[in-house]
Design a protein around this ligand. Structure first.
Ligand code: ADP
Ligand code: ZN
Length: 291
């Protein structure tokens, strides 16, 4: 059985076809233009495949409330042309198959829970530190939604006393995205993260912020696995630094050996699905839409 999965991002739409075991058979990528043109590209692609369902992990914010008149819409995005866009409706109508829908990061955590680093677990989080910061939450065996959906990328942090950078987020002076995203690094230090690889002070400050966020997510969600990824985490030295700082901040309070011992190396980890958790998660959202 073939299932479609779309990782819908602000710059590109990755579209894949996979099966119920998560084996990806084909994939293409289209630039994110205006909704009409973009949907035409995507629908044209899927018309060539006999998919039985489609899953979409999407940039947000989104309306995920199935009782709402605007369920399946991208809502208040600053991305020009995409505000109040009925993305689920567009594909349901054109392709005539059930459509599963969630945030890109909820999709990614679902992919890792189904086939990756958190396989078989019933609670896990996926944090991406890239152009933005996003957090997908899988709790008690399901993806976490609520009034809207978690927005862990904007969790507020204590600023480092020596950090004079004002923050990149237009809404908050001291949120994770504003202080620790790729663009925040670039604005603070005047160079792209990749060009700062050898500068220890850059990554010490970065780990200081990421670890605070991870500590707060651990305290709030009690995940059995913490998966960290996104462009910035390609600085893999950050993993060890974040683990150590999380242990220091928790200070033994969450008294589980997974956190308090070296086992933390297998607790705060990169994805097991490489660059694919989002696309595999989207396929799983499609599979789940069948039932
Ligand atoms: P997006 O969040 O747009 O989907 P990415 O997850 O690739 O894309 O994140 C892009 C951000 O990550 C950019 O700000 C970029 O400067 C930063 N980045 C990408 N690669 C690296 C790297 N190797 N080291 C540090 N920062 C990086
Ligand atoms: Zn913010």
């Amino acid at each position: 059985m073939l299932i479609g999965g779309i990782e819908a991002g602000g710059t590109k739409m990755v579209c894949a076809v996979g099966d119920e075991n998560g084996v990806v058979k084909d994939r293409v990528s289209f630039p994110t233009r205006q909704p009409k043109e973009t949907f035409e590209d995507i629908i044209g692609y899927y018309k060539n495949w006999d998919i039985k369902a489609l899953g979409i992990g999407c940039f947000g914010p989104l309306d995920l409330d199935k009782k709402s008149a605007t369920y399946g819409y991208i809502t208040k995005t600053p991305k020009a042309g995409w505000e109040n866009c009925d993305i689920v409706g567009a594909f349901k109508e054109a392709l005539g198959v059930p459509v599963g829908f969630d945030t890109d990061v909820n999709g990614a955590v679902l992919g890792e829970v189904t086939w990756g680093a958190a396989k078989g677990m019933d609670s896990a989080i996926y944090i991406t530190i890239g152009t933005g910061v996003g957090v997908g939450v899988y709790a008690n065996g399901g993806l976490l939604h609520g009034l809207i959906h978690p927005e862990g990328g904007h969790m507020l942090l204590a600023k480092h006393p020596k950090d004079t950078y004002k923050g990149k987020c237009p809404f908050h002076e001291n949120c994770v995205e504003g202080l620790a995203s790729g663009p925040a690094i670039e604005a603070r230090w005047g160079k792209k993260g990749i060009e700062l690889a050898g500068r220890d002070e850059v990554w010490e400050l970065e780990a200081y912020y990421i670890a605070q966020a991870v500590t707060n997510y651990i305290l709030a969600y009690s995940p059995q696995k913490v998966i960290l990824w996104g462009g910035v985490m390609h600085q893999e030295q950050l993993f060890g630094m974040v683990r150590k700082e999380v242990q220091r901040l928790l200070n033994g309070y969450v008294a589980h050996e997974t956190i308090t011992t070296d086992k933390i190396a297998d607790y705060i980890v990169p994805p097991a699905l490489g660059e694919d958790p989002g696309i595999m998660g989207a396929i799983k959202l499609g599979i789940d839409a069948l039932t």
